[in-house]
Design a binder for this molecule. Structure first.
Ligand code: PLP
Length: 395
C-alpha cells in the first residue's frame, strides 16, 4: 500500500476518482499501547470496529492478543493471529457458530444473557468443563451517545438465579456489561460496576472475572470527553469497592477508542449548492454515523490551499447515492471558497466507518493509502503513558 506524509502529498499529483481510505496505523498502535499500559487487566479489541488488516496488525504489534468477536467471520479473521485469545461475546449465537468456535477455533470464552443461551452453549460444546462464561447484564446507557441497551442483557431481577446456574457449569465465571458507545462521563462505568457489586452480594456467587465492555470515547467536534485516564480512575475506584476485587480479573473491550483516530476518508466535492456540498462518500459509505447518529466529524480542505479563507463557513454534506437520507447535516466547518473538484479530508472515521460501508447504488469502493502524519483530533497526543498507581486487580 502506498505511503504518504499527508493527504496533501497524496493529492499533489493525483486526482483519485474513488474516495480514499487513509489509514494511520501508528494512531491505532499508540492507542493500544496506552490501554495496555494503563488498564489494570486484560485489554480485548472489539473486532467489529475496524477490520482493516493494517489496523489489526498495528494493534497486535502494540501487544493486543485478545479479541472480542461476535460472529464466525470475525473469528476466522483474527484466529490465525499468533497467540490470539478469542472471546465470543455476542449474547445470542447460532448453534452452528458455537460448535465451530469451540471445536475448530479453540474458543473457550462465551457470553450469555438467558437460560436458553446458557443451555445452548452447554449442548453445543458437549457439556465442556473448560468454559469461561460471562453473564451479560443490562445496565443504563444514559451516559453514552450511541446507546446499545434494550437488545441484550439480563434484567436485575433475573440475574442472580442465572449467575448461580452458570456457576455450576463454568470453569471460570464472569459478569459483563456495555455502557453504550462513546460514553462521555466516567461515572457510566462506576454506576455499572456498582450494579455488578449488588448482583454479587444478592446472589452470593463469587465470580472470577469482570468485563467492563467497550464504550470508551474518542474525540469529535460535537463531543470533547474528559481524558481517558479519568475513565480508568473511575473503573479502578469502583472495582476496589467490590467484595471480589482481590480474586477477580478485570477485562475491557474497547473498539472505538482504539481505532477511531486510525482512519480518515478523502472525498471529492462533485457539486456545491449554496452551503451544501455533494461529495463522493456518505451515509451508505464510511459516514453512517454522521447521517444516523448525529455525529460530526472533523473536516478540512486539502486542495486549493491558497483559497483557505477564514472565518470558516458551516456546510452540510450529501453523499453520492440517490437516497435523500444520504444527508450529513453536520455542520462541517470549511472555507467558503470551496468549489467543485476540491478534495476534503474527513477525520476520525476509523471506528464504524469502513465496516458499515455498503455497495448501494454502485458506490462503496475505495482506494486505500497509509498516511504518516497525525490524526485530525486525538485522545492520546500529549498524554503521558503513566503506569497505573491505583491498580489492585491481578492481571
Ligand atoms: C461493540 C462492542 C464493543 C466495542 O464498543 P466501543 O463502543 O466501540 O468501545 C465491546 N463489547 C461489545 C460486547 C460490543 O458489542
Amino acid at each position: 500500500m502506498d505511503v504518504f506524509t499527508s493527504a496533501a502529498e497524496l493529492l499533489r499529483d493525483r486526482h483519485p476518482e474513488r474516495p480514499v481510505l487513509a489509514l494511520r496505523p501508528h494512531a491505532a498502535q499508540r492507542a493500544a499501547r496506552w490501554f495496555l499500559a494503563n488498564f489494570p487487566g486484560r485489554v480485548l479489541y472489539a473486532a467489529k470496529a475496524n477490520d482493516a488488516p493494517q489496523v489489526i496488525e498495528a494493534l497486535v504489534e502494540a501487544g493486543i492478543t485478545a479479541f472480542d468477536v461476535a460472529s464466525l467471520v470475525e473469528i476466522e479473521r483474527v484466529a490465525p493471529i499468533q497467540g490470539a485469545e478469542l472471546y465470543f461475546m455476542n449474547p445470542i449465537k447460532s448453534r452452528g457458530a458455537i460448535v465451530r468456535a469451540y471445536r475448530d477455533f479453540g474458543v473457550r470464552h462465551f457470553a450469555f444473557d438467558s437460560e436458553e443461551e446458557l443451555e445452548k452453549i452447554v449442548e453445543e460444546t458437549g457439556g465442556a468443563a473448560d468454559l469461561t462464561l460471562f453473564l451479560r447484564i443490562a445496565c443504563p446507557n444514559t451516559h453514552s451517545l450511541i446507546p446499545l441497551e434494550g437488545k441484550f442483557g439480563v434484567p436485575p431481577d433475573e440475574a442472580p438465579a442465572l449467575l448461580l446456574r452458570a456457576r455450576q457449569i463454568a470453569r471460570r465465571l464472569g459478569i459483563t456489561f456495555h455502557v453504550g458507545s462513546q460514553a462521555v462521563v466516567p461515572v457510566a462505568f462506576g454506576e455499572a460496576l456498582k450494579q455488578v457489586g449488588q448482583l454479587i452480594v444478592e446472589s452470593g456467587v463469587l465470580v472470577d472475572a469482570i468485563d467492563i465492555g467497550g464504550g470508551f470515547p474518542s474525540r469529535y467536534p460535537h463531543s470533547n470527553p474528559p481524558e481517558l485516564a479519568s475513565f480508568l480512575d473511575e473503573v479502578v475506584r469502583a472495582a476496589d469497592e467490590l467484595a471480589v476485587r482481590h480474586s477477580c480479573e478485570l477485562l475491557c473491550e474497547p473498539g472505538r477508542a482504539l481505532v477511531a483516530e486510525a482512519e480518515s476518508v478523502i472525498v471529492r466535492v462533485d457539486a456545491r449548492r449554496g452551503n451544501a456540498l455533494y461529495i463522493n462518500d456518505g451515509a451508505f459509505g464510511t459516514l453512517f454515523d454522521a447521517a444516523y447518529s448525529g455525529f460530526r466529524f472533523p473536516a478540512r480542505l486539502v486542495t486549493g490551499a491558497r483559497r483557505k479563507s477564514k472565518p470558516l463557513t458551516e456546510f452540510a454534506l450529501y453523499g453520492p447515492t440517490c437516497d435523500s437520507s444520504d444527508h450529513l447535516p453536520g455542520p462541517f466547518l470549511l472555507p467558503d471558497s470551496i468549489r467543485e473538484g476540491d478534495y476534503l479530508e474527513i477525520g476520525q472515521i476509523g471506528a464504524y466507518g469502513r465496516v458499515l460501508a455498503n455497495r448501494f447504488n454502485g458506490f462503496g469502493e475505495y482506494d486505500e493509502v497509509i498516511l504518516t502524519d497525525e490524526p485530525m483530533l486525538s485522545m492520546y497526543i500529549g498524554v503521558e503513558q503513566q503506569t497505573p498507581v491505583l491498580a489492585s486487580m491481578p492481571a
